[in-house]
Design a protein around this ligand. Structure first.
Ligand code: AMP
Ligand code: ZN
Ligand code: FE
Ligand code: FE
Length: 282
């Protein structure tokens, strides 16, 4: 039986593994295919492709875009992306600028609370263009300004806490379009975490291709529910661990093993979207 993990993060966003380390774990666990889905970034894809190639693993270039629809945050996964696509690159650069500004705002809020963290300490630790709250939390721990990551979120960073800064998000419907124009498939990430089932029909109308039925934080009942929804809307079924490396304890890779048949269906769907390159008469 062949398996895939289609939801993975590296140091190019808030994961702790390099692409090479991640591919190494994938190989050790016997995965046939892996997708990289860093937050608002495709920068790790080239190295991940090379590392997977060397390990005999099929690689799917992807990203996880932070978006919103009707005031609800929703993460849209893009798969089989042309990572050189100009509009994708431009938009992602914009999303990353928003993330960097947000770090500065979170740090300013912390400073107001008397917590002497410096934005540069967060950027140095993150060492990537797509920083986020986990990097602020890690910097707080590293600078001994808080005991641990959970405390950092509970006391300062989670929604409603004093250093929480809302993210300027892009429309989920636009994100679906952005992924499509870059040759990719658009998939709704971990719907069970966001509890935003009511927006699924709108996303489907906008051309959503799939739904992440299997995720580390989905219960069996949730997965079954989203399998039913996928069938109802004729959506592809995907799944992944959402592994962030050692950032949240034990690495999650290996916890979700998506049967490879779903990857086959995704490949058929991508091939169906591409304009035919063969001669119509041949
Ligand atoms: P951001 O995109 O900057 O808002 O950060 C989102 C990231 O923070 C996701 O990877 C979440 O898994 C992580 N996160 C959110 N809430 C918590 C929490 N309470 N403890 C640890 N990590 C969290
Ligand atoms: Zn993350
Ligand atoms: Fe997510
Ligand atoms: Fe994720």
């Amino acid at each position: 039986m062949k398996f895939a993990d289609l939801h993975l993060h590296t140091k190019f966003s808030d994961g702790t593994f390099t692409p090479e380390e991640l591919a190494g774990h994938g190989a050790r666990l016997g995965f046939a295919a892996l997708a990289l889905t860093d937050h608002d970034s495709v920068e790790g894809c080239a190295r991940m492709a090379a590392a997977c190639g060397a390990a005999g693993i099929e690689f799917i270039p992807g990203a996880e875009l932070t978006a919103e629809h009707r005031d609800t945050e929703v993460h849209i996964l893009g798969y089989f992306l042309d990572t050189e696509n100009r509009m994708l690159r431009e938009k992602i650069a914009g999303f990353q600028a928003v993330r960097q500004n947000r770090v500065r705002e979170m740090v300013a809020a912390l400073n107001k609370l008397g917590v002497p963290l410096q934005a540069e300490a967060v950027f140095a630790l993150a060492n990537c263009r797509s920083p986020g709250r986990p990097h602020v939390a890690r910097a707080l721990v590293k600078e001994r300004l808080i005991g641990n990551l959970d405390e950092a979120f509970d006391k300062f960073l989670k929604k409603g806490r004093p250093a929480w800064v809302p993210k300027t998000k892009v429309s989920a419907l636009e994100s679906v379009g952005l992924i499509h124009q870059a040759g990719g498939l658009a998939v709704m990430a971990h719907p069970g975490l966001n509890r935003t089932d009511e927006i699924i029909p709108d996303l489907v109308d906008a051309g959503l291709d799939g739904i992440e039925c299997f995720h580390t934080k989905h219960s069996t009942v949730m997965s079954e529910r989203y399998l039913e929804i996928a069938e109802k809307h004729h959506l592809l079924v995907t799944g992944g661990s959402d592994c962030h490396g050692f950032s949240k304890g034990r690495p999650l890779i290996g916890g979700i093993k998506l049967p490879y048949q779903h990857v086959e269906k995704m490949k058929q769907a991508v091939a169906g979207k591409k304009p035919a390159t063969t001669d119509a008469h041949g």
